[in-house]
Write a protein that binds this ligand. Structure first.
Ligand code: SF4
Ligand code: SF4
Length: 519
């Protein structure tokens, strides 16, 4: 079991709403971004002198620009429906981690400066001055929201706390108070092309290594091409897929599926990142700059289609906003959706009977599936409502013999966030991540006890990284989290290409020659 410097919550068999313990997470705040990571994103390097006036200006601008923000701040009736729905509240007991508590941190400032009642009778309407203490509180608790949108499913008014968190982060960035983890990563995308700062030659080495590994294991030459001009498909995938476990096993799986599909495809060193952290910091401009790289790569490589790999928030940005951020995509083949998810691609081939599987290859596992929050509540897949829930499950069932869902209250649109989404996947927030993972780990533990589940599949790079890190805190193994396409990779029966057949013939020819020599 991983050692913790904080109390790891105990898992229970039934969901429990914890008694409130005020300010238990008031100490939690991520490292503040430095000037070198602020300025490339267009933000001041440090807290500006007249920060309060500038922050209120920015808030006014956002209230005018995003009508939903004003509606959310105006319409809460304090019904309490959302109070026990946030995984961070359930794991930390801190009332400011109740969605309504989190919203109120902004609502009290909004009321003070943007409503008549708040200007004249602040105490009567819960309005408060925007002091440095309030700003510090914002920094702490708006970095305890993974923008997962679970609370909005249960709010009768549909109030989306994720939108309020994004606005708060945008306001803080505009006065020089950014978060190091997110802003450093976006800087790396601008400078090098991906979140991990992997340069083109390192990517090429990795992909060559993968080709050799797959050939050694299967005897089939599966290609993992990069920067191939004229390929039909551009695959955009999270950079974690290039090297980390279990992500890379997913990438191996995509390559095998694309091999069986018989289409030409390529990765891009220019757009070697599907993730778009611009969304986490609420910055449209940065989200747009990151997304533009995909357009540039698609044009440069003259591709006809774009397919996204397994990444939850990347799929949200791609599915919901890619057209406005980087479109129009009129130069792509109109017969295919722009963009397409790798799960849609694989599922389509399964439907058409074009893939052959040996499900027994996954018989050492009993599977369950974690719906990643951004896929579940902020996007869709396929042509039917709920495709984002059914398509991944249908793929798993096509490649595995043993599958069980977790408790209905914790999956599909009610799924719990992994605890590391929304730009919180950083070691300086480990306590929050472990505690926030509790509801999901609890549901996993229950299905392990009741059904003998051994592994949980996911289609999000952040979920996979988060579970790899936090499962050991709960006495589980880090490799219990797997990529969905890792399961596909295990079971898929590969068809040898012409070059494999030639290679097969070579040893026989040599044998013949050798026999001839002996004669
Ligand atoms: S969006 Fe998710 S993390 Fe944020 S308050 Fe709502 S439930 Fe909690
Ligand atoms: S469920 Fe909606 S209306 Fe009710 S307290 Fe929560 S945010 Fe307010």
């Amino acid at each position: 079991m991983a050692k913790a410097t904080f109390e790891v919550p105990e898992l229970s068999q039934y969901p429990e709403v914890p008694a409130l313990v005020s300010e238990t997470m008031a100490h939690s705040a991520p490292f503040v971004s430095r000037t070198e990571f602020q300025e490339p994103l267009g933000f001041p390097g440090e807290l500006v002198e007249d920060w309060q006036a500038k922050a209120l200006d920015k808030m006014g601008e956002l209230l005018g620009k995003y009508r939903g923000l004003r509606v959310y701040l105006d319409s809460c009736v304090k019904c309490g429906s959302c109070t026990d729905k946030c995984h961070y509240y359930l794991g930390t007991k801190d009332p400011k981690n109740m969605p309504v508590g989190r919203q109120d941190l902004m609502r009290k400032v909004y009321r003070r400066y943007f409503t008549l009642a708040g200007r004249f009778f602040p105490k009567l309407v819960g309005a408060a001055d925007f002091t440095k203490e309030v700003l510090d509180e914002w920094y702490s608790y708006y970095h305890q929201c993974s923008q997962c949108r679970r609370c909005s499913v249960f709010c009768p008014y549909g109030i989306d706390t994720a939108e309020i968190s994004m606005a708060a982060r945008e306001i803080m960035d505009s006065i020089g108070v950014g978060q190091k983890y997110c802003n450093e990563i976006i800087s790396k995308v601008y400078k090098i092309g991906n979140n991990l700062g992997l340069p083109g030659p390192a990517l090429m080495d990795t992909l060559e290594g993968l080709e050799e590994d797959v050939y050694d294991e299967t005897g089939v030459r599966v290609r993992y091409p990069i920067d191939q001009v004229g390929a039909e498909i551009l695959l955009v995938t999270p950079s974690a897929d290039f090297f980390a476990e279990p992500h890379v096993d997913g990438l191996i799986g995509y390559g095998k599926v694309l091999h069986e599909a018989g289409v030409s495809w390529t990765l891009s060193s220019h757009a070697s990142e599907a993730a778009n952290f611009g969304m986490f910091i609420g910055s449209y401009e940065n989200m747009r700059r990151v997304a533009q790289r995909i357009r540039e790569a698609a044009i440069q490589l003259k591709v006809k289609r774009i397919v996204f790999g397994e990444c939850g928030h990347a799929w949200r940005v791609a599915y919901s906003f890619l057209n406005t951020l980087a479109g129009p995509w009129d130069f792509l083949d109109p017969r295919y959706p722009v963009p397409q998810h790798i799960c849609e691609f694989t599922y389509d081939l399964i439907q058409k009977g074009k893939l052959t599987f040996d499900k027994g290859e996954n018989d050492d596992k009993v599977l369950t599936y974690h719906d990643s929050c951004n896929v579940a509540r902020a996007s869709r897949m396929g042509d039917t409502p709920g495709g984002q829930f059914e398509i991944p499950r249908a793929i798993i069932k096509a490649v595995c013999n043993h599958y069980y869902d977790m408790d209905e209250e914790t999956i599909r649109d009610r799924t719990f966030c992994c605890g590391g989404g929304g730009g919180l996947l950083t070691d300086d927030l480990m306590e929050l991540r472990v505690k926030g993972a509790k509801p999901r780990v609890e549901a996993l533990n229950n299905v392990m006890q009741e059904k003998g589940v051994t592994h949980m599949a996911a289609i999000c790079a952040i979920c996979k990284s988060q579970f790899t890190k936090v499962l050991p805190y709960y006495g589980m193994e880090m490799d219990q989290i797997v990529s969905l396409h890792q399961l596909v990779s295990n079971a898929i029966v590969l068809t040898p290409g012409p070059e494999d057949e030639e290679a097969d013939e070579e040893p026989d020819d040599k044998d013949d020659e050798a026999e001839g020599d002996e004669d």
